[in-house]
Design a protein around this ligand. Structure first.
Ligand SMILES: *[C@@H]1O[C@H](CO)[C@@H](O)[C@H](O)[C@H]1NC(C)=O
Ligand SMILES: *[C@@H]1O[C@H](CO)[C@@H](O)[C@H](O)[C@H]1NC(C)=O
Ligand SMILES: *[C@@H]1O[C@H](CO)[C@@H](O)[C@H](O)[C@H]1NC(C)=O
Ligand SMILES: *[C@@H]1O[C@H](CO)[C@@H](O)[C@H](O)[C@H]1NC(C)=O
Ligand SMILES: *[C@@H]1O[C@H](CO)[C@@H](O)[C@H](O)[C@H]1NC(C)=O
Ligand SMILES: *[C@@H]1O[C@H](CO)[C@@H](O)[C@H](O)[C@H]1NC(C)=O
Ligand SMILES: *[C@@H]1O[C@H](CO)[C@@H](O)[C@H](O)[C@H]1NC(C)=O
Ligand SMILES: *[C@@H]1O[C@H](CO)[C@@H](O)[C@H](O)[C@H]1NC(C)=O
Ligand SMILES: *[C@@H]1O[C@H](CO)[C@@H](O)[C@H](O)[C@H]1NC(C)=O
Length: 365
């Protein structure tokens, strides 16, 4: 058949409306198959073309062989057809080492002596949220995760809920591989209000949430450490309790097989159905970070509890400090209240005076 005929044929194909889209999802760096079927016959012509977001020649086959001279550089050595399946009408394309830029829609044109056809395949690329790191320094909590696709959404929350969760800044960076790095920092109040703080990073195919909480044991050798701060159902999740990010305490796959490590056998009294850990016979040197990780394909909720065990003479806790500050401040607030009209009349410190216990000092100076 003459080349002109083929060109005409291609033009005809361009004007034929495509059948409904097939949507497929592929994990970054993995192999994936773009499905396409045609009515088998002689003189097979197959063209795979990426149409969106940019047009790019992906893979062609005619005159009984692969024709890659016009293939876009981006697809070089990453595509193949199932040549032994062509005779059965299978023109599916195998795409290896999937990249973020491969996301888009692809047209599969086929023609034989029996006629022609075409279809569209929409490819979604996913790079799931894997590691989330949280850093708690001073009055700032930072939550970040790298190499995600498509662009993730990050949300902060507290338990019980509070307006604190609205004071944050999120930055998203795009890497050379067109993936997303996200980082967000939450401004914490001056006083520790004993809240549970959570950061949840999500995409359409995955999410990972980390909850940070603190717990103090005063003259107690037993404790219940809750597994998660929300009441989401986690029935089919696997559960792992670990200590200081290194020792495994409990490993429970699904809801029925619970394995307690030998090292922790004496200390673990029970693991409740909802995953809460009951510890006994604790000694002061057993304080540290207890992490509960609930995981299921693409989803994970980690709860990190900083457990402090104090014996006999407790060191003053933050609550004590606040009470102390208040005791010192209250008389000063009275005095300030007395002078308030004068001070505020100048308009200088009006806002500052209303803000916190700490500022009441500033008001007098
Ligand atoms: C095409 O052939 C491949 C390899 O045998 C198979 O995995 C795939 O399911 C087939 N696709 C279609 C649409 O028939
Ligand atoms: C936590 O943040 C502080 C301040 O931004 C930084 O100096 C420190 O290296 C961070 N630590 C980790 C483990 O990321
Ligand atoms: C967010 O960033 C802006 C500008 O850098 C800064 O002024 C503001 O204090 C930040 N807010 C928080 C909650 O970190
Ligand atoms: C994104 O994160 C990766 C891994 O931490 C890092 O190597 C890369 O430099 C980051 N890229 C940008 C643009 O921030
Ligand atoms: C995390 O965020 C995603 C998307 O908003 C949501 O579907 C998921 O339920 C959240 N996870 C938890 C534990 O709240
Ligand atoms: C933090 O979460 C735990 C577990 O759900 C809950 O028992 C505790 O009351 C929460 N803390 C606060 C201050 O609400
Ligand atoms: C937990 O147990 C499961 C099944 O026994 C195992 O596949 C998995 O690797 C274990 N996880 C850890 C962190 O030890
Ligand atoms: C665990 O529970 C599932 C369903 O709840 C059941 O199918 C399975 O047989 C159980 N496995 C064991 C070891 O009891
Ligand atoms: C666990 O971590 C805490 C603080 O991060 C530390 O004080 C403690 O010594 C650690 N415990 C063990 C057994 O490593």
């Amino acid at each position: 058949m003459a080349a002109i005929d083929r060109a005409v044929l291609l033009l005809t194909l361009l004007w034929t409306p495509a059948r409904g889209d097939t949507v497929i999802s592929c994990d970054l760096k993995k192999s994936c198959m773009l499905p396409c079927r045609f009515q088998a016959g002689d003189e097979k012509v197959i063209h795979w073309i990426q149409e969106k977001p940019v047009k790019a020649q992906t893979h062609s086959y005619y005159y009984k062989k692969n024709q890659l001279a016009l293939q876009s550089q981006r697809f070089k050595s990453r595509t193949s057809l199932f040549l032994d399946q062509l005779s059965t009408g299978n023109a599916s394309l195998q795409l290896r080492g999937v990249e973020a830029q491969d996301e888009g829609s692809y047209r599969c044109y086929t023609s034989t002596s029996n006629g022609h056809d075409q279809s569209i395949v929409s490819l979604h690329v996913d790079a799931q949220v894997r590691e989330v790191s949280v850093n708690w320094t001073g009055n700032r909590m930072t939550c970040s995760s790298d190499w995600i696709y498509p662009e993730p959404v990050l949300t902060w929350s507290t338990d019980p809920s509070s307006t604190i969760a609205r004071q944050y800044n999120t930055t998203v960076k795009i890497t050379e591989e067109h993936l997303y790095n996200i980082t967000s920092s939450l401004m914490l109040p001056d006083s520790d209000e004993g809240l549970n703080y959570s950061c949840n990073i999500s995409t359409r195919s995955s999410w990972r949430k980390i909850t940070l909480r603190q717990q103090s044991l005063l003259n107690m050798d037993h404790a219940k450490i809750p597994c998660h701060a929300s009441s989401v159902s986690f029935r089919d999740f696997s559960l792992i309790w670990s200590f200081n990010h290194s020792q495994i305490i409990v490993n429970r796959s699904r809801t029925n097989v619970t394995k307690v490590s030998d090292q922790w056998k004496q200390r673990v009294k029970e693991v409740s159905e909802s995953g809460d850990l009951f510890l006994q016979g604790l000694k002061p040197d057993q304080g540290g970070i207890f992490t509960c990780e609930l995981r299921q394909a693409g989803k994970a909720h980690l709860t990190e509890t900083v457990l402090r065990i104090t014996k006999d003479r407790p060191t003053p806790n933050i609550g004590g400090i606040i009470t102390g500050v208040l005791l010192v401040c209250l008389p000063l607030i009275f005095i300030w209240g007395y002078y308030k009209n004068q001070i505020c009349a100048t308009g200088q410190v009006k806002n500052a005076c209303h803000r916190s216990k700490k500022v009441c000092m500033d008001c007098l100076t």
